[in-house]
Design a protein around this ligand. Structure first.
Ligand SMILES: Cc1cc2nc3c(=O)[nH]c(=O)nc-3n(C[C@H](O)[C@H](O)[C@H](O)COP(=O)(O)OP(=O)(O)OC[C@H]3O[C@@H](n4cnc5c(N)ncnc54)[C@H](O)[C@@H]3O)c2cc1C
Length: 512
């Protein structure tokens, strides 16, 4: 099933938006732009629009289509109360860094709300709540309460009578919002073009030759740019070792028709697994749908992704017995080892290539803030809070927590690398059952074989990023890398993550 947001809304506001049509890039023409932005999510499109508005020549290069990765698959909450995010940051960072995080998110949220309101697009104002049903979750909620209050976010303790289960404690922040992320992206893309910018979909960037100008190699030819913004979720270039400084988390979401009363506000649980709730209206459905999300895990590092989906559906059925699913999807996002996003020059001193990543599932505010910071740096009006998010910051090196997190992340990478290669020692199945995939060897050749929609296909099961052995994702029917979260479809085409090249497809000896 696909994300709810990819179906056009059909309400009057978004009907007014023209479809975003892909531009085709002439392979034999090398264009030079002032600015090339890689990635058509919230970060890339906001950055591109701000630069185009400032009179720069701008092109966005998007590997698939706008919203293809995280932004088109969010739960669409535009909130400053972000589950237990602030207390997580406060546990690792100085008070001034937490203050800068709040300020950046406040500005990101305000910019996006103002932008949508000026365009007459829907901003559905709701309160945000963080709740807990367990004792350890309740402790986290209290820590979040203290962190919010310490940074002027006026949260209050509340009862939650609209939730159909017991809650030990909950805090609430008024005046937040829920949005449709694809309405936002279509508006940004439309506006970008109106300001003379270009958006090329279906163009994958594969390499960067840094210089003046930079030369980007893509699968449609080379493109030159005085400056480059890498807004690809996880950065696609290995410079700076970002992949070794992040955690990669995938979670699930589904929308349901429900006859019971639907909780009206936006909820996020502090227990494990975390549960996210909001409402949404869609054409063809009376009243509001219930959107449920959560059940996350590190990408490629769970026994069965399908089990996470089943657990989410079982939870929903238990608490909303009449729930009937109308859409289901999943997505991944990245968290840095010291909890703060990385935004700024890709390497110290490399001013004309910037990156933005590490939004920890709160990129609708953080991605816009990153766009404000990066464009501010380019245009000479950098916000004061942005220095806190520089990708090479001393706080990361001096924080014991961050170092421990990096060691643990890379220790796990090594363990998954070893386990993956051990898995290749067994002979591969020739015909996995429908929906299944396996890795193994066939003679001397490593093979990943899967069966999807009745067709058995075989790929080289080694990630084109750093050679990790891929694992089959039985919920999405994809090949996922447990090392740094690259993902590929059954034919081996890159879906997301740091990989920029497809897997080699193999002619399997299926008839054996
Ligand atoms: C399940 C889930 C729920 C979430 N819910 C919320 C929420 O309620 N509120 C909130 O604030 N945040 C939420 N988030 C987080 C938010 O979705 C992300 O932080 C945000 O969308 C990141 O935006 P981005 O533009 O940086 O990256 P993306 O949206 O991932 O965009 C990156 C783009 O780059 C493109 N790309 C990648 N590689 C290349 C290449 N080589 N060449 C060209 N293009 C390339 C991709 O195709 C993609 O379109 C959620 C995340 C998840 C996983």
């Amino acid at each position: 099933m696909k994300t709810l947001w990819f179906d056009p809304v059909g309400d009057s506001a978004s009907d007014a938006l023209p479809d975003v049509r892909p531009e085709t890039m002439p392979i034999d023409v090398i264009d030079t732009y002032d600015q090339v932005v890689i990635g058509g999510g919230i970060t890339g499109l906001t950055t591109a629009l701000l630069l185009a508005r400032a009179g720069q020549t701008v092109a966005v290069l998007e590997a698939r289509h706008i919203g293809a990765a995280a932004t088109g698959h969010t739960t669409g909450k535009l909130s400053l109360l972000q589950g237990s995010r602030l207390s997580s940051i406060a546990s690792r960072q100085k008070k001034s860094a937490v203050r800068d995080y709040v300020e950046a998110n406040r500005e990101g949220q305000a910019w996006l709300r103002h932008y949508l309101e000026r365009r007459g697009l829907k901003v559905d104002e709701r309160a945000a709540l963080t709740f807990a049903s367990t004792a350890s979750g309740a402790k986290t909620v209290e820590e979040e309460f203290a962190a919010c209050r310490a940074h002027d976010l006026p949260v209050s303790h509340v009862d939650t009578p609209e939730l159909p289960f017991d809650v030990k404690t909950a805090i609430r922040l008024e005046g937040q919002a829920q949005i449709d992320p694809m309405v936002v992206l279509r508006a940004l893309a439309d506006d970008l073009r109106a300001h003379g910018g270009h958006l090329y979909e279906g163009v994958r960037v594969q390499g960067l030759k840094h210089g003046s100008p930079n030369v980007l190699s893509t699968d449609a030819g080379d493109v030159r740019a005085d400056a480059v913004v890498v807004a690809t979720g996880q950065p696609i270039f290995d410079r700076g070792g970002y992949f070794a400084r992040m955690h990669f988390s995938r979670s699930y979401a589904a929308a349901f028709t429900v006859d019971e009363q639907i909780p009206r506000e936006m909820y996020l649980g502090a227990d494990t697994p975390s549960v996210s709730l909001r409402t949404v209206t869609r054409p063809g459905y009376d009243g509001e749908l219930l959107l449920v999300g959560g059940w996350g895990h590190e990408v490629g590092r769970t026994g069965s992704e399908r089990q996470h989906v089943m657990d989410m559906l079982a939870w929903t059925e238990k608490h909303f017995p009449t729930a009937r699913m109308v859409a289901r999807w999943s997505a991944q996002d990245y968290t840095t080892i010291d909890q703060l996003p990385y935004v700024g020059p890709i390497l110290p001193g490399v001013e004309n290539v910037q990156v933005a990543t590490g939004f920890a599932k709160w990129g609708l505010t953080n991605g816009v803030a990153a766009a404000l910071a990066m464009t501010g740096r380019i245009l000479g009006n950098e916000p004061p809070w942005s220095k806190t998010f520089r990708p090479f910051r001393t706080s990361e090196v001096t924080s014991l927590g961050a170092l421990g997190s990096a060691l643990s992340a890379n220790g796990q990478v090594a363990a998954y690398m070893t386990a993956g290669y051990a898995g290749l020692l067994k002979p591969t199945k020739k015909h996995p059952a429908e929906g299944d995939g396996v890795v193994g060897h066939d003679g001397l050749t490593p093979r990943g074989v899967c069966t999807v929609n009745g067709e058995t296909q075989s790929v080289a099961p080694l990630c084109t990023h750093l050679g990790g052995v891929l694992r089959w994702n039985d919920a999405e029917q994809t090949w996922d890398c447990p090392l740094h979260a690259s993902r590929f479809d059954p034919e081996g085409n890159v879906l997301e993550g740091p990989a920029t090249r497809n897997l080699a497809s193999q002619k399997a000896s299926h008839d054996g």
